[in-house]
Design a protein around this ligand. Sequence first.
Ligand code: IPM
Ligand code: MG
Length: 363
Amino acid sequence: MDKKIAVIRGDGIGPEIVNQAINVLNAIAKKYNYTFTYDDVDMGGVAIDKYGEPLPQKMLDKCIKSDSVLLGAVGGPKWNSMPGELRPEKGLLKLRAGMKVYSNNRPAKIWPQLAQSSPLKADIVNKGIDFIIVRELIGGIYFGTHTTIDENNEKVAIDELKYAEHEIERIGRIGFETAQKRNHKLCSVEKSNVLDSSRLWKSVMHRLSEEYKDVELTDMLVDNCAMQIVKDPSQFDVIVTENMFGDILSDEASMITGSIGMIPSSSLGDSSCGLYEPIHGSAPDIAGKDIANPIGTILSAAMMLKYSFNMSKESDEIEKAVSNVLDKGYRCKDIMSHDDNQELKLVGCSEMGKLIVDEIISK
Ligand code: IPM
Ligand code: MG
């Protein structure tokens, strides 16, 4: 099977972590006789430096024409003072919108080997953490108009938050369908005590629930949800929420599983061409030091195999390889902790990648 993967290494630690994910994909390709070809795409700060814009149209076209896109991370202090339209993050938003990937799936699952890295108390962690945040990705306040005007001798900034029913409905369906494949519990998160867009969100979710009788729908206000995620994360199966709430809650959810460095994500629309990226940022402070954790990106590549290429077995194999490497006590800096039962070994980014590759090849 031949697959063309657009690869966006991006900025900061992006190139290091993506290189490890590619090594893992190559190991799978070799083992199963697949051909994965990689098409380099410049996006983010690196594209601003080269072309003066964060995602030139020809780069976006490469992504749209690919079978799927693997992305590291974008952004860094060098480009922080750029005007909003020219920031590296704008490239990411243009990519998501251009690929029409409205559904962002962010799993928050505790790896038993890393339970001690969770900042939550053991009795909370031991109840289990295994839920998914389905985040609407190409609407809401991220994509409304952003303006700064002068009013009464001061600057006034306006960010528009807008949702149309069809945008809510299509992400709602993904939420219900995701719950159907899991434990049939869907929690719709909004701020309907304040926002009109949230009241519309809630009403659409309830209308849809008539079609998904096997899923138990609950509503939760976003502030309460932020609290419940640390109080009792075991209550959640699938959370469906709008773009900005999903951004914030998914960082919180990742942290309780031990480290944001472990969490992959998939973004899909109506086609099988998806965007796969770890949920963490470009971490410029540790870039180039070979200490970043590549596992979030490696697991994103595993999601690509499962959700875009129909290679579930191969995807599971990558997850198993990660689990085995953790079992053996290898840890990157962000997931290094103390374990009474085992001596843990600190490894860098490339060493972690190599251990996972070796695990795949040896099985
Ligand atoms: C994420 C990131 C992005 C977002 C940034 C980099 C624009 O935080 O993927 O969660 O806010 O969506
Ligand atoms: Mg974020």
